[in-house]
Design a protein around this ligand. Sequence first.
Ligand code: ATP
Length: 303
Amino acid sequence: SVFAAGALGALSEVWGELSQAAGAAERLTELLAEEPGIKAPADPKPLPVPTRGEIAFDGVSFTYPASPSRSALHELGFVIRPGETMAIVGPSGAGKSTVFALLQRFYDVDNGAIRIDGIDVREADPRAVRARMAIVPQDVTIFAASVRENIAFGRPGASDAEVEAAARAAQAEEFILRLERGYDTQVGERGVTLSGGQRQRIAIARAILRDAPILLLDEATSALDATSETLVQAALASLMRERTTLVIAHRLATVLEADRILVIDEGRIVEEGTHRSLVTKGGLYAELARLQFEAGVLEDAAE
Ligand code: ATP
């Protein structure tokens, strides 16, 4: 397995690239917490308990060490209040994933600061920062293990009752109980293959189980059938409730429900507002939305 202990050192070095493989990210995050590429300060500041989940980007600029000629983020500033849902929208390469990478502190900012509940993440223990976040990646990793183990991965040591409650909240229990051995069914390699929508609901169940105040959601671009779509949307609603949510949005339902949408392009914020206000404005968002969402639906929604 690539996760063998001996590979860990090498893994932390290539973390930048690996974190692009969003499916593996949550697994690697757990492992790298043991040996973070970015060192904890000698005397880390504790994050408040409970953490309210306010996220602030204050004039954040960042250039990847591997691409020194091009800055990925340029003086990015925003505040997400506890419990708020903010969608990030922007063309490919705009810097959306970089916002997620910096929040998880896979890199440190070059200028400015990122604060969680007012604490600069550089002054906190990276493990404590990551413990406050649940991540639902675009491509969900399903391990060669039982369904139960796959969900429990969200919080190792969770009881069977907790796993099942999370599966119910994630709209996953119905399909799980229809599998030959229910929660004990082997999935992944040499096991049952789960559909895209089922995999997404497993990831949502993991995040519900993790019960972190901050949710980072990298929405899948691949289309689901209408039934799956409805179930995934209901599962997400349950997950996002009362959590600060930052979502890289690809679906109309998501942007419609977001409290605010941040539109970024070439590492800068170019627009900010609700779906309705941004569509009316007729700028970059309106153009992206027109390309990405069905025109008819968009017009109805903008009424
Ligand atoms: P997409 O929608 O295609 O996923 P994005 O908005 O998430 O794009 P980012 O992945 O954040 O964009 O990329 C922002 C910029 O940083 C791009 O120019 C990209 O090429 C560059 N970049 C991203 N990851 C790395 C990396 N690990 N090393 C070097 N440059 C990177």
